[in-house]
Design a protein around this ligand. Sequence first.
Ligand SMILES: [Zn+2]
Length: 356
Amino acid sequence: MRLRSTLLAALVTTTAVTAARLPPQSPPAQVPAESDANTGLRFSFVDVEGGAATLIVTPAGESVLIDSGFPGDRDAGRIADAARQMGATEINHYITTHWHTDHVGGIGPLSKLIPVRATYGHRIPDPLPDDINADLVAAWKAVSATPTFLAAGDSISLRGKRGTPTPKLRVLAANGLVEDEKDGAPPIIKCEKGHEAKPEDTSDNARSLVLHLNFGDFDLLAGGDLTWNIEHKLVCPRRRVPTVDVYLVSHHGADSSNNPALVEALDPEVAIVNNGPRKGGEPRTMAQLITQLRDVGVFQLHRNVRPGAVNAESGRIANLDEACTGQLIRMRVEPGGSRFVVSIPSRSVDRVFSAQ
Ligand SMILES: [Zn+2]
């Protein structure tokens, strides 16, 4: 768990493109040798052009996929390619953060490309609301005869490997509830301190699974498309989130999510924005991330091409052009969990950070 973000990141890159903004006291750091490339906790943030698909392979060789992009062959193919590149021959755990098309859409075609074992999601609303596609939920149900429906406080058990920390994956919110809340709990809690509530979000975004992944000193938070008021419940009236090293930015970087109270509490060193060229990466959220993370830790899957967009420095953007080739962002946490490297292979960029 991190205490406070001090910029311990040191830049090692084969291009000069990101060689700026490092404080003079930063120690030099080395990108781990190629021989170490298949060890540690590894991530691929797959470009699904405005959806979400994050593939994780643990030191013990287990694979965890969080969301599967849009329906059709494109995203399923990209995820399957990423799995092959990471040496995964199956998806051991597939987690859908919520039931929207850009998160659950790819699981049907993906399951035809690579075996998918255990499946997880939040409770399926009954009756099904208009914002959930029944066919896509049916395709998800067809993958596993025994899916697991997660609630806040649940964990997914992952195998350990001798000599490295055992990854721990825990659910911090689900179904619009945080831990210890029961069905019927108010969706909006007013606090003396903090940020004003927004009108209630009745979409499935508000019911997103929020996942905390811990690996030694390393912590990551992935919140699906969780929106403002439930985000606030994670920090008010009491804090329910750790500080983290990496924040997989909620809702593709939309301003209806990313409540500043939560983003400040998380205090990430790195933010990964899984936006599309014309989706997410919205100005208030991007401006806060770039200010708070001092513009060295903000990585985007896409440059936002809309007029007036706020983007990270181009060396940390995997896809600059709207007509893209689906370039991904990779990350590897070293076996001890104390350092991690964020890479954009297509741009020959590697940046080393220290987990706190
Ligand atoms: Zn989404």
